[in-house]
Design a protein around this ligand. Structure first.
Ligand code: DGJ
Length: 741
């Protein structure tokens, strides 16, 4: 669909200038229009006749000479829907008869709850604007921050709310930003799930009313992820069509509301979850919201995810010391993790035996998981007591770490800093450190309670023990786990009216600890894990180099999980372990080759009990790890094309990734279960250089006889290639690389 902006007539072409307008921010004094240009995107908003900031346009880049006319408020709809509610405001206060989702809702000390934000002033920042709004009467100021990335056109929006009233105000609802689209048919895409079942891509037509995507859990959660993509039209399309997408950078309770309003326009409002929210601002205090990123692609959902991946690599993820200056973080080391092999039964000898086998496979990093500390025999005790268990490691961690280094790997360790078992020395000493309402039960999940990180003493304890651990031991990597959600979220150190600040301060202190650790130990890398994918968002990804997408390591389930995951997040951070067969969750038996190739779609790890692997399995895994190392940068940092979707019970699936300079491409193909003798579909590739020649080499599997060894990009993209006719059966996998000659 070709998208009209508010109306095509609104776009007056005062003059056409052939040269592209440089990216950045411009303000047209005459029309009072603010305009942001970057990549293939233009975003525009302006002051309307009432002094409100109104969204005008978000979509494909328009010409530099196109003069965008002033914002015109939508008219009243009879006497029921006021102009204020019908007008797409950039950041609407709740007041003046607003019936849609407000960006900001406050209660003043005198009980007044009416807030109407009008434009006050603006400043041009390096990549955008800072625009100050103020209530029509009271001294509540809101600074809206806008930035646009010149390459991708991804916008970064957030707000700072400041109270200059003589008395406190309570913020009951604060969004980072609101986005708007004009009336049309749209399809909404979002990610939902549960433990071991994260990353389900849910796709549905937008209808009148609101679709609420949220977490009330105190952290990001498995149930939904703070990402959305809205596609023009009635059906999702991977390769074509307009898509507007957004991702919220917040690891606490969050909410994104996607509304089709009373006049069929779309509003998307996202930020702190207003459920149980209440943030008191004393005179002179302010509250900063998280950042809500937003982007646009004219090339379907595939185009949208490619933009987001490159943006995450370039602007969100940490670029560690030693990571090079290639504009992207270095590809993740291939890891071995002991969890599925040993669970809590870790010992010095056992881990050394696994490390020897891991090194023989060509693994880069050995990670010891849960069980090494305190009195941790199972999940009933020990969390909070971060000393090395003397029975399991009589000489501390040093002998194991030294051995791992001698084997040519670096060493990583599991921690779960925000949690405590009631059966621990820490809890016996500081029972008041957990989230709780005094006198009420403390609900345990996995026999553990959540430490209240909002408390300065708890924050200092966590920072202190982690700093000591990293100072005393040569640790390259922490797997930072978080295995339950909140209950009874009380913070009784503060006056009753202020206790709900816990929703903000907990997450802020988590970020502060991570930032400080990064400062003190700049080489240490981090994984965000929360019983799998319960804490994956663009907030934590400022600090975490990778994430654990799911505890479900079944290689077949992973294909659709990985498909869902990559709509929002780059394969660079998508850790994927090869584990044992039959799988513990689904009891499904699969070949090592299938398991390896499923994991090679992301950042590869081995999580099996390799002490039991046969020589043949060792040889085959070693060969595939070596092959993976050769093409890993293309797989994890290239442009991802979903050639055949694994969703909706598909018999087949296939992906292709092309590196940024189009010199290499890697293709994965999977068969779920061949039916009626059906041949695997011919693979026609994407994203290659038409005129260049590419040599095709199998990594696993074979191509059909007669397939040219070398052909042009045009050949591979138009004619394509067939996998060998023997490629049939259940849970089969093949992989190929194409290299520019
Ligand atoms: C949950 C994680 O997702 C697992 O990988 C493992 O680290 C366990 N916790 C350990 O308790």
């Amino acid at each position: 669909m070709s998208r009209n902006i508010l109306t095509a007539a609104l776009l007056l072409s005062a003059s056409f200038i052939a040269t592209a307008q440089p990216s950045g921010a411009t303000f047209d004094e005459a029309t009072k229009v603010f305009r942001l240009d970057g990549g293939n995107v233009t975003y525009a908003f302006g002051l309307n006749s009432r002094g409100e900031l109104q969204q005008i346009y978000w979509g494909g880049r328009i010409a530099a000479g196109d003069r965008i006319p002033s914002a015109v408020p939508e008219r009243e709809w009879a006497s029921f829907d006021s102009s204020y509610t019908n007008t797409p405001q950039e950041y609407a206060g709740w007041g003046a008869g607003l019936f849609l989702e407000p960006a900001l809702k406050v209660t003043f000390a005198d009980g007044n709850r009416d807030l109407v934000l009008h434009y006050d002033s603006y400043q041009t920042a390096s990549d955008g604007f800072k625009i100050v709004l103020k209530d029509i009467d009271r001294k509540v100021f809101v600074t809206l921050h806008y930035g646009i990335d010149p390459e991708s056109g991804v916008l970064a929006r957030s707000a700072t709310i400041e109270n200059r009233e003589p008395k406190p105000i309570t913020i009951e609802q604060a969004a980072a930003a609101a986005w708007a689209l004009p009336p049309a048919h749209y399809t909404l895409n979002y990610l939902t799930g549960r433990w071991a079942g994260e990353w389900t891509l849910t796709q549905e037509a937008l209808h009148p009313g609101a679709r609420v995507i949220e977490s009330r859990r105190g952290s990001t959660g498995h149930q939904a992820n703070p990402w959305f993509a809205i596609q023009a039209g009635d059906k999702p399309d991977e390769n074509s069509g307009e898509v507007w997408f957004g991702a919220l950078a917040w690891s606490g309770s969050w909410r994104i509301v996607v509304e089709q309003d009373q006049l069929d326009a779309i509003r998307v409002t996202g930020g702190f979850n207003p459920f149980d929210f209440g943030y008191v601002l004393q005179t002179g205090q302010s509250l900063e919201t998280p950042i809500f990123y937003g982007g646009y692609s004219a090339h379907g959902l595939g185009g949208a995810s490619r933009i987001l991946h490159q943006y995450e690599l370039a602007h969100i993820l940490p670029h560690r010391v030693g990571g090079g200056d290639s504009g992207a973080p270095k590809p993740r080391p291939v890891i071995y993790n002991s969890w599925e092999a040993t669970e809590f039964s870790v010992t010095e000898e056992g881990q050394i035996a696994l490390a020897e086998k891991a090194a023989a496979l060509g693994v880069d990093r050995f990670v010891m998981d849960d069980g090494w500390f305190g009195q941790r025999k199972d999940d009933h005790a020990g969390l909070g007591d971060w000393y090395v268990n003397p029975q399991k490691f009589p000489h501390g961690l040093k002998p194991l770490i030294d051995k791992v280094h001698a084997l040519g790997m670096d060493f990583g360790l599991w921690v779960e800093p925000e949690m405590v078992n009631p059966d621990s020395d820490l809890y016996r000493k500081h029972p008041d450190w957990v989230l709780n309402f005094p006198g009420r039960p403390r609900s345990e999940q996995r026999n553990q309670l959540v430490l209240n990180l909002a408390r300065p003493d708890t924050r200092d304890y966590i920072l202190g023990f982690l700093d000591k651990l990293l100072t005393e031991n040569d640790i390259a990597f922490l797997k930072w786990d978080y295995n339950r959600n909140w209950s009874e979220p009380g913070w009784d150190q503060l006056p009753a009216a202020e206790q709900k600040k816990v929703y903000v301060e907990f997450t802020r202190n988590l970020y502060a600890i991570l930032a400080e650790l990064k400062k003190r130990h700049p080489k240490v890398e981090l994984e965000s894990c929360s019983g799998g994918g319960g804490r994956v968002d663009l907030g934590i990804l400022q600090y975490a180099d990778e994430v654990w997408p799911s505890d479900n390591t079944d290689p077949f389930d992973r294909l659709s999980q990985q498909d869902g995951f990559t709509y929002a997040y780059t394969p660079q951070i998508m850790m994927a372990w090869v584990t044992d067969s039959p799988h513990w969750l689904n009891k499904r038996a699969t070949s090592l080759s299938y398991r390896m190739l499923s994991s090679m779609q992301g950042s590869l790890g081995i999580g099996a009990n390799i002490s039991k692997w046969t020589d043949e399995e060792m040889t085959s895994a070693k060969r595939l790890i070596a092959a993976y190392h050769q093409v890993q940068p293309t797989i994890v940092q290239g442009d991802l094309y979903r050639l055949i979707s694994p969703l909706n019970g598909s018999e087949f699936s296939a992906t292709e990734t092309v590196n940024r300079d189009k010199t290499q491409s890697v293709v994965f193909a999977f068969i779920h279960s061949t039916q009626e003798g059906r041949k695997f579909p011919r693979l026609t590739l994407k994203g290659l250089d038409h005129d260049a020649n590419y040599a095709l080499t199998p990594i696993e599997g074979a191509v059909e006889k007669g397939t040219p060894a070398i052909a042009s990009g045009a050949w591979w993209m138009n004619h394509g290639f067939d996998i060998n006719d023997n490629f049939r059966g259940d849970f089969q996998a093949a992989a190929f690389r194409l290299d520019k000659k």
